[in-house]
Design a protein around this ligand. Structure first.
Ligand SMILES: [Zn+2]
Length: 167
């Protein structure tokens, strides 16, 4: 494993342990050349996945990218990071076992929306509004309508946030 700081080829594993949900091994490494420290993850990959973007471009599936977009949606929400880890692992496992190697970005987005719906209403709406690329208020209202089983509290805080939340 090449050192990300100096490019050195010699690195040592200092510590190796499973992640909390036991779906990966986390390894702390240190570079013999510059003493830089970094972490690598070893995960099960059942198959190589290709994502077909909306513009037709094909790119290799990237778990970290998916993790990042979900993390943005749950930012500052009371959601355990471990829960998000598990949700993303579950989605990846579902995609890998679907029998298809080519997955549309839309399919992935739908899985994430389905997952977030059960985790946090606000995160769900945030993700959906980016993913569905809303341009009109009525799109937003239609989505809020889908959350009919919510107690309304999450939505009330969301609409008061949207007026002054600039992050
Ligand atoms: Zn180094």
């Amino acid at each position: 494993m090449r050192c990300p700081y100096c490019g050195g080829e010699e690195t040592q594993v200092k510590d190796s342990r499973p992640t909390e949900d036991n779906t990966a091994i986390r390894r702390r490494r240190v570079c013999n050349t510059c003493a830089g420290r970094f972490t690598t993850f070893e995960r099960v990959q059942l198959r190589e996945l290709i994502v077909i973007k909306r513009n037709g471009r094909r790119v290799p599936f990237d778990r970290e990218k998916l993790m990042r977009s979900v993390s943005i949606a749950v930012r500052k929400r009371p959601v355990e990071p471990e829960r998000i880890e598990r949700m993303v692992s579950g989605i990846v496992r579902q995609l890998e076992s679907s029998g298809e190697s080519d997955i549309t970005a839309e399919t992935i987005g739908n899985h994430v929306m389905e997952g977030l719906k059960g985790v946090d209403d606000v995160a769900y709406v945030r993700f959906a509004s980016v993913y569905k690329n809303f341009r009109e208020a009525k799109d937003f209202e239609a989505l809020l309508g889908e959350l009919s089983d919510s107690d309304g509290e999450g939505m009330a805080s969301l609409s008061s946030r949207s007026a002054n939340d600039d992050d």
